[in-house]
Design a protein around this ligand. Structure first.
Ligand code: CU
Length: 167
């Protein structure tokens, strides 16, 4: 019973802390609505390009490639969401799901059954091992104060943040 309750609390906590529907960050976009494709490279610890100019309402496909030697995240959110997401990433490190240069996918899947946050399944984020590629299609409607950042522990703190101008 105790375990059951803590699972519920964890689930509630992670859904409140991260996937807040009232956050004005835009929403997951559809392939057919894509108006522009932007290629992004992730290095240790920065993005190339390091800033983005976006028109309000635009649907962008980000083709992200990790060219660094560490695991990196490309996460479209705002500062508050990044700060709230960081303890989840820290917990993934503590559970040895998230390693410096790899992700233990088997452990990730297993842990995600107990704690959804450990699955790192977010439509606004892609978490990539070195040499991996991933895409995010994002519709920038009703999006304010956006930051694209990496929440692998320590990376946000050393400035792995890309500025996003929306107008
Ligand atoms: Cu990073």
């Amino acid at each position: 019973m105790k375990i059951f309750i803590s699972i519920i609390i964890l689930t509630l906590f992670s859904s409140f802390s991260y996937a807040d529907k009232n956050m004005k960050i835009g929403s997951k976009g559809k392939e057919g609505d894509v108006t522009r494709v932007i290629k992004v490279a992730m290095y240790d610890n920065y993005y190339e390009p390091s800033s983005f100019k976006i028109k309000a309402g635009e649907t962008i496909k980000f083709e992200v490639e990790n060219l660094g030697e560490l695991v990196h995240e490309f996460n479209i959110a705002n500062k508050m969401m990044h700060i709230k997401h960081q303890p989840e990433m820290q917990k993934m490190v503590e559970n040895e799901i998230l390693l410096a240069d790899s992700i233990d996918k088997v452990k990730m899947k297993k842990m995600a059954k107990m704690d959804k946050a450990m699955g790192h399944s977010h439509s606004n984020s892609v978490l990539l091992e070195p040499k991996q590629k991933g895409n995010i299609i994002w519709k920038f409607d009703n999006a304010v104060n956006i930051e694209i950042a990496c929440n692998v522990p320590g990376h946000y703190q050393v400035g792995m943040i890309a500025k996003v101008d929306i107008n």
